[in-house]
Design a protein around this ligand. Sequence first.
Ligand code: C2E
Ligand code: MG
Ligand code: MG
Ligand code: MG
Length: 267
Amino acid sequence: MIEPAELGLLDGFERALINDRLHLVYQPKISLSDGTLKRVEALVRWEDPDLGTVPPSRFVPLAERHGLIDEMTRWGMDTAFRQWKSWHDHGLECELAFNISALSLRALAFPDLVSDYCERYGMPPSCLVLELTESATQPLVTLMDTLTRFRIKGIGLAIDDFGTGYSSLMQLRQLPFSELKIDQFFVADACYNKDSRAIVESIIDLAHKLDLSATAEGVESQEQLQLMKDLGCDIAQGYRIARPLEGEKLADWNKIWSKSWSELVSN
Ligand code: C2E
Ligand code: MG
Ligand code: MG
Ligand code: MG
């Protein structure tokens, strides 16, 4: 039995998916060594004419519950890869990060599907990073075979929101990740709370000892940006750098950002 409120949402989501009315925005990530654009993360958006803006935290779990997540993933990959090619064709070089629901990884053929997208759009696999979050329904450790196939192909795997939710050290020990994303909760707190700072410092150290790169998410202030650089974090992402933006705005943002970096942080 689906509740009426969920049914309305589901109906709207299905229509948006079928009629190509979902939308992607892209949030830049920078290298903390020199401030340059490293990668962009594609984030899905849904503006419904009746329901208004529905956040991904509501409709992604909905899509997962009702068997629509694979279709959303395929739509999103096609859209994001096409955008990446357009940047590439205009001389704007960056990698692409894409959030993948753990449920989509149950299909053993999924890594080949992703390779097909890379080939179709001329993207080297090393330019792609898939961001994964552990969920209660599909623990990542059950997906070892699929994850290994991605790494063999040279595609990066990041563990998202590390330190909160279901993520555990067991995953770092067992799974072939290439990157660890420190959850924004710890990043936000690190400038004001010595315990959070100690946790961030230790996560960065842990990442490096495991040969993973570390990304700080949710960097909202200059102070946090400087701290993440000082702590040796590799990559940063957050509102202080850029909000998620429309694909065609990336080049303009990059021009402005590259001029401001040297004034923003000290070495
Ligand atoms: P996430 O992958 O951890 O994405 C980061 C979220 O933090 C995004 O929210 C982003 O807009 C937000 N954010 C970025 N910088 C800042 C900051 O400085 N401060 C604060 N307070 N927030 C910041 P968003 O776009 O609402 O996405 C929420 C979650 O929904 C994502 O978390 C991801 O798990 C999921 N999601 C988004 N797009 C997709 C998608 O295409 N597919 C799948 N499967 N999941 C997606
Ligand atoms: Mg993510
Ligand atoms: Mg995250
Ligand atoms: Mg998140």
